[in-house]
Design a protein around this ligand. Structure first.
Ligand code: ASP
Length: 363
């Protein structure tokens, strides 16, 4: 089974991997009102979804699920591929460091059938924070461990501490340090109306990146994982949305799963993965629920420095969801080029994401 190498959706559509797949895909760029009444074709598991950078992950997850694996073990093994890849600068080994040059990783996992969760934040020295998050779930009475405590816990269970800063990531960090101006995350005192304060997100090639993966296994059980090196060059100790249950990932075995990538601060203030699962519980399709979360963030963004000239957020967040029936969907605040990865027994495909606003120059 393969996920055809595709640089664009069109290339991917040409590949054989799509043959025979009943895709639960909705057209992009539709408003929430337009799509609320539409229906998507239910398709039971096994199925796995992830952010676009998880094309290898969803295939791995499906391969394991077809051999009888639990969905949580499958999605973790899937994201481990990206965590261990030194070329991916947004997750695990090779991830871009914080302001001080330390790679600090965030991850959480959630297991649908047992309703349990585990997470680690600001974890240094271990390539696969998702495995440590699972260890927190399995071998402690806690849900979230951070920093040195998380590292010591992992060491106690045999994880080796390694240097995660690759030369490529270090060189990017040095370049950023040498170009410092207002391009950091410290803010002087300011008011709600101050616009030109701190970094101008819109103008910056600020590096965001994360992988979320969730799946339904052969038993119909649902689990999810999100893992990241977080915002590049962040203030040391900064924790994003990725390791926070309800923000970066949430699963309800009777409803579905959701996860996120993008500006974690906006998601932390709105707990969108939980929101998306609750919207699906109320009857939204995965795509409708993801779009609802985008609208929630947009309506809750009040600070002038985070708004463009038309009072829209000047940042983006992306959401991915699947429901108990195997329907999938994704949406982002700024879109037009966004896709997410899906795999089932027939292979992998990329699916276009819905969006609130059409992207012009923004990532
Ligand atoms: N959501 C992640 C964070 O805020 C970053 C990302 O997805 O790009 O840490």
């Amino acid at each position: 089974m393969s996920f055809a190498k595709a640089s664009s959706r069109r290339d991917f559509l040409k590949s054989g991997a799509l043959a025979g797949i009943g895709a639960a895909v909705l057209p992009v760029g539709r408003t929430l009102g337009e799509i609320r009444s539409s229906s998507v074709m239910p398709k039971a598991g096994p199925i796995a979804i992830s952010s676009r950078n998880g094309q290898r992950s969803v295939l791995k997850a499906i391969e394991m699920i077809q051999s009888g694996a639990d969905a949580l073990d499958a999605v973790i093994a899937g994201v481990n591929i990206v965590e261990e890849d030194p070329k991916d600068m947004s997750v695990g080994y090779g991830g871009l460091p914080n302001e001080a040059g330390a790679v600090q990783l965030d991850s959480c996992v959630m297991h649908g059938p047992s309703c349990r969760a585990g997470g680690v934040a600001a974890l240094e020295g271990i390539k696969t924070p998702s495995k440590v998050a699972k260890l927190v779930l399995d071998r402690s009475d806690h849900v979230l461990l951070v920093g040195l405590g998380a590292q010591r816990f992992a060491q106690m269970h045999g994880f080796k501490i390694e240097d995660l800063l690759t030369d490529r990531a270090r060189e990017r960090w040095v370049e950023w340090k040498e170009g410092l101006s207002n391009r950091d995350d410290y803010l002087p005192p300011h008011s709600m109306e101050d616009k030109d304060i701190g970094e101008n997100i819109e103008d910056l090639e600020r590096h965001w990146g994360t992988i979320h993966c969730s799946a339904i296994d052969l038993a119909g059980n649902i689990s999810g994982v999100t893992t990241t090196s977080g915002l590049a060059f962040k203030i040391p100790g900064r924790v994003g949305d990725s390791p926070i249950i309800g923000a970066g990932c949430y699963v309800d075995n009777e409803v579905g799963a959701a996860g996120s990538t993008g500006r974690g601060e906006a998601n932390l203030e709105n707990l969108c993965s939980f929101l998306i699962v609750e919207r699906m519980r109320m009857g939204d399709s995965p795509e409708q629920a993801c779009l609802y979360a985008c609208e929630r963030i947009a309506s809750h963004t009040k600070l002038a420095r985070l708004l463009d000239d038309e009072d829209r957020p000047n940042f983006t967040v992306s959401f991915y969801a699947l429901n108990k029936a195997g329907e999938v969907g994704g949406a982002q605040i700024w879109g037009g080029r966004g896709q997410f990865a899906v795999a089932d027994a027939n292979g992998g495909r990329l699916v276009e994401m819905a969006y609130l606003y059409a992207r012009t120059t923004m990532r």
